[in-house]
Ligand binder design. Structure first.
Ligand SMILES: [Zn+2]
Length: 113
């Protein structure tokens, strides 16, 4: 067991199939479909770990998550990049609008019964 240098909590180090290391959250195996696709780690026969590649995941499949996602001392990484892109596009679209009318307050809306 290793200690996270940011929060001091335990984390488990595993070798990955890519000859790298990943620090996983101990004692935590959420259902894979509740974890963003690229963040689902599973253990293979030799004890190494790899990102679970079945998508959509098998309903009862569980996975491991990186401690980084659970670390209270680090900012949460961008788990949904496509939503971040969409929000950025929408922010620009919103800024491009010329003098948007402020939304009417509910009191000014006609009563519709
Ligand atoms: Zn930590």
């Amino acid at each position: 067991m290793f200690t996270c240098p940011y929060c001091g909590l335990p984390q488990e180090r595993f070798a990955t199939l890519d000859a790298d290391w990943v620090m996983l959250e101990p004692d935590m195996e959420p259902l894979a479909h509740t974890v963003p696709a690229e963040r689902r780690w599973i253990t293979v026969a030799d004890g190494r770990v790899t990102v679970y590649g079945v998508c959509p995941p098998v309903v009862e499949q569980r996975c491991r998550i990186e401690h980084e996602l659970a670390c209270p001392s680090r900012a949460l990484p961008d788990l949904w990049p496509w939503l971040t892109s969409l929000r950025e596009e929408n922010r620009r679209a919103s800024e491009r609008r010329d003098g948007p009318e402020p939304p009417a307050s509910p009191a000014e809306l006609p009563a519709t019964g």
